[in-house]
Design a protein. Structure first.
Length: 134
């Protein structure tokens, strides 16, 4: 049990230098994968309502992790993208998470690791109860 608590604390500490929580990390990963997107598109990708997402983007913008750009002729809409420092922070975050994942998976055999990861993804899927897979 102590090892699990230590892993959780290490994950939190790995995010601290960037002022990033797991939901902000999701935003950064999505912007990295999708490129420049509108708030509505980003909201659909990560399943966070637009008002909450807008507040999160503002905080990330203050830390120079993301930037907003005007969306051409549509003044009501803006596009978001990662800044160079946001890309750098994401790279360091992903590296830290990969190291923690290695520690977490160390007790499993190489053959068991993909199965464990598939199970974790299934548990993280939204709407499991509605799909009848609970």
């Amino acid at each position: 049990m102590w090892e699990q608590q230590e892993l959780g604390q290490r994950l939190v500490r790995s995010r601290q230098p960037f002022g990033v929580r797991s939901d902000s990390e999701s935003i950064m990963l999505t912007l990295h994968q999708q490129g420049t997107v509108t708030l509505t598109e980003l909201s659909r990708y990560i399943r966070i309502d637009r008002s909450t997402l807008g507040e999160m983007i503002s905080r990330m913008e203050e830390r120079s992790l993301v930037m907003r750009q005007s969306n051409g002729n549509d003044r009501r809409s803006a596009k978001m993208s990662l800044t160079p420092s946001g890309k750098d922070a994401l790279l360091r975050l992903v590296s830290g998470v990969a190291q923690l994942q290695s520690v977490l998976l160390a007790p499993l055999t190489i053959e068991d690791r993909p199965h464990f990861m598939r199970c974790m993804k299934l548990m993280a899927e939204p709407g499991l109860e509605e799909a009848g897979r609970s």
